[in-house]
Ligand binder design. Sequence first.
Ligand SMILES: NC(=O)c1ccc[n+]([C@@H]2O[C@H](COP(=O)([O-])OP(=O)(O)OC[C@H]3O[C@@H](n4cnc5c(N)ncnc54)[C@H](OP(=O)(O)O)[C@@H]3O)[C@@H](O)[C@H]2O)c1
Length: 272
Amino acid sequence: MKTILISGGNSGIGLQAARDLLADGNRIVLVGRDPRKGQAALASFGTAADRASFLAADLSTHDGVRAVADRILAEHDRIDALVHSTGVFTSQESRTADGLHPFFAVNYLSRYHLTQLLLPALRQAGRPVVLMMTAAVPPTDDADFARFPEFAPFDFGHDRKPIQLANHHYAAHLTRTEPGLAAGVVNAGAAKTDILRIAPWYMRTSAKILGPVLFDSVETSAHNVVEATRRDDWQTPLYWGKPGRFEQHTPITLNTTTTEQLMDTSHTLTGA
Ligand SMILES: NC(=O)c1ccc[n+]([C@@H]2O[C@H](COP(=O)([O-])OP(=O)(O)OC[C@H]3O[C@@H](n4cnc5c(N)ncnc54)[C@H](OP(=O)(O)O)[C@@H]3O)[C@@H](O)[C@H]2O)c1
């Protein structure tokens, strides 16, 4: 039985991945912010809830990440897979307690920080897997990282690409530095979930109108992350760009100097 941690597992695509991986007989640890959604998720698993648990955490702050990592390590010696499905969608200016923009703190830095802290447990697995959900962002070297990590004032149109691409750089870094570990980035596609809850009204309205025609099902959006967790026949690091199409992927090959600069900054910010 594998132990699979899904951050953002109390909602949307992460919750669907939890259902699919529970059905395989795995043990699932969900991490999310809202405890009511966590308890509702557990209740929805029926008898499989025996193999599931939920930890509430605010992953937008360094302290929140550290606190939940301590609890996870106290309860689990080995983690076979870590799926990062946490995310916020906001174009507004705002700052976390650490002075960072929440889009950066949740959609990238919490993934780096939590994974780094959980490496001792991941290293106990035969072939540990780390997967990060993003929007459709193919691995390319054309992003501008000059504003990393402050992104102040936040400019969603400009800043979302480097923030999401930092995940790809982290997958490349993990592959280089952790022998035997497989890391990948998965495009979530467009699925009807809670992700747009704090998005601007015009986006929520267009999603309501166009969603039924254009949206992927959550099952399709979760498919690649579920397959990448189940299977051990893929080359790391990979990017899956088409929801529901596990065989279609792109190797992540990025400028290593940029990768190490981003990792140095992430280390300086978190200490991990
Ligand atoms: N759905 C789409 O069309 C779409 C498109 C592009 C990218 N994505 C990405 O796909 C991933 C899954 O999103 P989703 O669509 O499934 O949306 P979702 O249902 O809103 O799930 C997002 C998850 O992130 C958690 N989260 C947000 N802020 C957090 C924080 N500060 N601390 C801890 N947990 C936090 C949420 O927990 P709570 O619910 O408890 O707050 C929730 O479990 C995200 O990375 C998202 O950016 C989705």
